[in-house]
Design a protein around this ligand. Structure first.
Ligand SMILES: C[S@@+](CC[C@H](N)C(=O)[O-])C[C@H]1O[C@@H](n2cnc3c(N)ncnc32)[C@H](O)[C@@H]1O
Length: 345
């Protein structure tokens, strides 16, 4: 009998061709997407200081755990579950008898993370995945008759899975639809937001969300226009700044993408609500630790913790910020801007 496929036995799909030794496109990195099958490939990618496609390298894990002062039997919240790197380490520290609620707004990644956590052996009594914005912390705890929790952790912003996946539209480095929503089922995409936003509001977003010094010029060139793809939008930002050196232009593109992402996901509104709700959500002696990645986030966390200390909502707060070690910065450049702060109820 011949092995050649007939109309009944279709030929299996061929693996995509790519130039060079290793695939460059996110969707072609099939080995990185299956770390359990290809641990050596993943180890090589990590050793080169990169993040394997479809995953996220957790940042400042030891410092975060230390700040939370975890012990077995505790109940608490990971407000930004992401890939579950911090969550898994938290779970280890609170067993036996502990319970973790893992919040996330991302309907694509959260079920994958929940499956990984279940596969690591944590059942319903130890872990619950909560599809909620962390701004809804008070409501979520009340619905579970939880009077207060022992700890709350948050690692702000987007995950590497979101940034690196071109179909999510977060990165100017990859061609994709200009979306940028952590929850693509809600609200306006970045493309729609830019089209509907007036120059004054656009300029304000650039200043407040990314300290952009050329907010006026950029907002005149960008607000109200239709940009369908990440690359098209990045090109328009570059074209709006003739005569600047390439490094300044790159930093500007980065800042504009950050500002639009923050606006589209209403990140600061959610963070302000979350920060206000934390003292009441913690038991006396309970701890919160928050990892932030740019000045707009860190300013808010710092102010909220300092105000909480003055108003006796907190008994102590971290002195200054805790940053990643030189080794971690070298091994994972995404840890470089990270700033960790904690507060105790
Ligand atoms: C930096 S990642 C967290 C990574 C995680 N610590 C880990 O180790 O994999 C941030 C995550 O928080 C989620 N997120 C961002 N803002 C949120 C919000 N307001 N409410 C709930 N989840 C949010 C994002 O969807 C993303 O998955």
């Amino acid at each position: 009998m011949s092995d050649s496929p007939t109309s009944e036995t279709p030929r299996p799909p061929r693996r995509k061709r790519y130039s060079g030794k290793n695939p460059r496109r996110f969707e072609d990195k099939y080995k990185e997407h299956a770390p359990e099958k290809y641990p050596e490939t993943v180890a090589k990618v990590l050793a080169s200081g990169k993040t394997p496609a479809g995953s996220h390298v957790p940042i400042m894990v030891e410092e975060s755990l230390e700040s939370l002062k975890l012990s077995p039997g505790m109940t608490g919240v990971d407000a930004t579950l992401g890939h579950g790197g911090h969550a898994l380490r938290i779970l280890e520290s609170i067993q036996p008898g502990g319970k973790l609620l893992g919040f996330d707004v991302d309907p694509i990644e959260q079920p994958r993370t929940e499956a990984r956590i279940r596969a690591a052996g944590y059942g319903e009594s130890a872990f619950e995945a909560v599809r909620s914005n962390y701004a809804g912390l008070t409501k979520v705890l009340a619905a579970r008759q939880l009077d207060g929790v022992d700890f709350i952790y948050a690692d702000l912003g987007c995950s590497s899975m979101q940034f690196d996946d071109p179909t999510r539209g977060f990165s100017f480095k990859h061609h994709g639809p200009l979306d940028m929503r952590m929850n693509p089922q809600r609200g306006l995409s970045a493309s729609e937001w830019i089209e509907r936003t007036k120059p004054e509001k656009f300029a304000l977003a650039l200043e407040e969300n990314a300290d952009e010094p050329r907010a006026g010029r950029l907002s005149e060139a960008l607000a109200g226009h239709v940009f369908k793809s990440t690359v098209e939008f990045a090109h328009a930002i570059r074209s709006a700044l003739p005569g600047l050196d390439p490094d300044t232009i790159d930093l500007t593109v980065r800042r504009v993408f950050q500002a639009v992402r923050i606006a589209v996901n209403e990140e600061f509104t959610a963070l302000d609500t979350f920060l206000r709700s934390i003292p009441e959500a913690l038991k006396p002696g309970g701890r919160v630790a928050i990892l932030s990645f740019h000045s707009g986030e860190d300013r808010r966390v710092k102010k909220a913790f300092e105000a909480g200390l003055r108003e006796s909502l907190y008994t102590s707060i971290s002195e200054g910020v805790i940053t990643a070690s030189p080794d971690e910065r070298r091994d994972n450049p995404r840890s470089s801007p990270a700033k960790l702060r904690w507060a105790e109820r």
